[in-house]
Design a protein around this ligand. Structure first.
Ligand SMILES: [Zn+2]
Length: 370
């Protein structure tokens, strides 16, 4: 990478949103002249990085925060740029709420995303997460030594989800879908600045896209790229995930902004490729021995070999449960499960159960259950 991004507008906090020691300073960094990234330590749940491109009189925002409070806070930090170049375009890299639930603050501007992202955006309603946040807090307060194992699971799930949602307030969030969609690749020109949007998904989600600014050499990768946090594959296939990561390297960008975590180096991308090589291979062995995806995820994550890997220390290692379920689908292994929202809840309960056993993992608040 040619040069280090410069921190222009610090907005530091003593701890991260989850009470962890920050690994880097929160704030707006200038990656190249006019290309910015708002970086949020440590890249855990909803600690999303945001892009801002100053095209000389008009700006383009890449993604929003998970709620309105954090999105407004972000806009405040961006003011020195947006007072001379107001935000006139919004791009969503994908449909996860932590990248687009602030869209309503830009409802009168073009909002651009892949057609697959537009289709996926309606899947989770802000109101359901608001209700789930309330329910999680109730479940987390049930006595842990309750009568049945099922009740214990409810406490563990409640604690896990309550911990995840604690920093966020979904009140007032209105889903605001993209107004312009594309598939494959498209270029947006704003006051002469070319902004390349390229679809990489389905991989992390149904419609992942990267954003690249050729004149500035800056690449915004979205959630195909996590640094210091365990990646997750909701959609797959695995081949798109690894091809997408390799595609990031091809740009030879001077700054790479991941969806979560600090600025990425090519070595970070290599480490992710190692994760997506090693972990699926181990999961597949478990699958062949007849384990369910959940048993396989447990077996791999708790194995000594995994624990000795650098990626065992990445934030939220329990996300392997989600990726394992996606891989099983890809391998054509059908698993019994509850339909729809109940199925998603049961899925998070399994993830919480693994998190309970990875007590040293971060965010500690979501992993220590006593
Ligand atoms: Zn994200």
């Amino acid at each position: 990478m040619a040069k280090q991004p410069i921190l222009r507008q610090p907005s530091p906090a003593a701890t991260t949103r989850f009470g962890e020691v920050p690994h880097f300073t929160q704030g707006l960094y200038e990656c190249a002249a006019g290309a910015y990234a708002y970086m949020v330590p440590n890249g855990s749940w909803g600690e999303t990085n945001i892009g801002l491109i100053d095209c000389g009189g008009e700006s383009v925002l890449i993604d929003t925060c998970w709620d309105l409070k954090f999105t407004r806070e972000l806009l405040k930090v961006c003011e020195p740029v947006t007072c001379r170049s107001p935000i006139e375009y919004m791009i969503n890299t994908h449909a996860d709420g932590d990248h687009c639930w602030g869209n309503q603050l830009f409802a009168d501007k073009p909002i651009i995303a892949t057609a697959n992202t537009q289709a996926a955006m309606a899947h989770i309603r802000p109101d359901s997460l608001r209700l789930l946040k309330g329910a999680s807090r109730v479940m987390a307060r049930l006595p842990k030594l309750a009568v049945s194992q099922r009740a214990n699971q409810a406490v563990v799930l409640g604690h896990y989800m309550a911990g995840m949602f604690a920093p966020y307030d979904f009140t007032g969030v209105a889903l605001t879908p993209p107004t312009e969609t594309f598939s494959g690749e498209r270029s947006l020109y704003v006051r002469g600045t070319q902004i390349v949007l390229r679809e990489l998904g389905p991989a992390h989600s149904d419609g992942d896209a990267l954003v690249y600014v050729p004149s500035k050499g800056v690449l915004y990768a979205g959630d195909i790229l996590f640094v210091g946090a365990t990646p997750v594959m909701w959609a797959g296939p695995l081949e798109n995930m690894t091809a997408g990561l390799r595609a990031l390297c091809d740009y030879k960008a001077q700054a790479i902004v991941p969806g979560h975590g600090p600025f990425a180096t090519l070595a970070d991308i290599e480490r992710l490729l190692e994760y997506w090589d090693w972990v699926p291979e181990r999961l597949q062995r478990c699958a062949l021995s007849g384990m369910s995806s959940f048993e396989a995820a447990h077996s791999v994550a708790l194995s000594q070999e995994f624990q000795q890997k650098a990626f065992a220390k990445w934030d939220s290692a329990e996300r392997i449960v989600t990726s394992a379920a996606t891989l099983y689908r890809e391998w054509g292994i059908s698993e019994d499960g509850l339909p729809g929202k109940l199925g998603e809840l049961a899925h998070f309960a399994r993830q919480a159960t693994l998190a309970e056993q990875l007590a040293d993992n971060t965010p500690r608040r979501m992993h220590r259950f006593n």
